[in-house]
Design a protein around this ligand. Structure first.
Ligand SMILES: NC(=O)c1ccc[n+]([C@@H]2O[C@H](COP(=O)([O-])OP(=O)(O)OC[C@H]3O[C@@H](n4cnc5c(N)ncnc54)[C@H](OP(=O)(O)O)[C@@H]3O)[C@@H](O)[C@H]2O)c1
Length: 251
């Protein structure tokens, strides 16, 4: 397929999970893709596997984002698709959250996302599409997600302001809010294997469609929003969650 032929796409956090699958889907649709990530080995392995350029950049460091944006521009020119996807999930109960824990999650999930658009902006083509990977956790009040949920709610608010401000350049900005998707993110929380299994089973039971999302589910929606098929869509949020957000009281 060639619906993204001639487009330059950057996937932030493209070495794993949703970002990796989306990089693949964007490439399969004809885009030239660059992935970034924090872990050097994982970025190298994923970029080799995908056959795309991989650049190491920690989004919690604004200078890293600045360097990433200018390196992409130097190597490939201006960008048409910016998938702001890097994120972490560190659940913890209110009353046990340190300033360090707060800053760590906010610095990646919100500040990192915010400064990604800020620093790429001079290198975006007019008519570009920015997709912010958020979460339905912004709205669910799920226990132990106080910082994570707030980081994603902030991102969704930013999506709307950015959509308004960037409209004169025909740059579209949208958010994607997944429900639970099977990726390595849960294994990185520090939860024990049996805790993870119980968590996943309880979660799945609450999802009306009775399954976790797949990375392909999300990659297809992001690819649609990146394409000209979505040329009249900006400032919007897409829940992609098997219906969990409309079913909060089902036990
Ligand atoms: N999986 C779900 O159920 C779910 C649901 C809703 C929303 N989301 C969101 O989806 C996004 C992708 O998550 P995923 O599930 O695909 O998890 P994942 O497989 O753990 O991927 C996360 C990606 O973000 C990158 N990343 C993390 N911290 C970074 C940093 N400081 N600088 C640069 N890159 C960084 C990781 O790179 P390294 O490996 O190099 O650290 C990795 O490429 C996240 O924003 C997450 O909040 C996930």
């Amino acid at each position: 397929m060639t619906k993204l032929a001639g487009k330059i796409a950057v996937v932030i956090g493209g070495n794993s999970g949703i970002g990796f699958e989306t990089a693949k889907e964007l490439k399969d649709n004809g885009a030239t893709v660059v992935i970034s990530g924090r872990n050097k080995e994982r970025v190298k392995q994923a970029s080799n596997e995908l056959g795309v350029l991989g650049i190491v950049a920690d989004v919690s460091k604004v200078t890293d984002i600045e360097n990433l944006a200018s390196e992409v521009h130097k190597k490939l020119g201006k960008v048409d698709i910016l998938f702001v996807n890097a994120g972490i999930f560190q659940p913890a109960p209110i009353g046990n959250i340190t300033e360090e824990m707060f800053d760590y999650q906010m610095d990646i999930n919100f500040k990192g996302a915010f400064f990604t658009t800020e620093k790429f902006l001079p290198f975006l083509n007019d008519g570009a599409s920015i997709i912010n990977l958020s979460s339905i956790n912004a709205y669910t009040g799920m226990p132990n997600t106080a910082v994570y949920a707030a980081s994603k709610a902030a991102l969704n608010s930013y999506t709307k302001t950015a959509a308004t401000e960037l409209a004169p350049r025909k740059i579209r900005v949208n958010s994607v809010n997944p429900g639970p998707v099977s990726t390595p993110i849960f294994g990185k929380t520090g939860m024990e294997e049996n805790q993870l299994t119980n968590f996943a089973a309880a979660m799945q039971e609450r999802i009306p469609l009775k399954r976790f999302g797949t990375t392909q589910d999300i990659a297809k929606l992001v690819t649609f929003l990146a394409s000209d098929d979505a040329s009249f869509i900006t400032g919007s949020e897409y829940n992609i969650d098997g219906g969990i957000i409309i079913n909060p009281l089902l036990g």
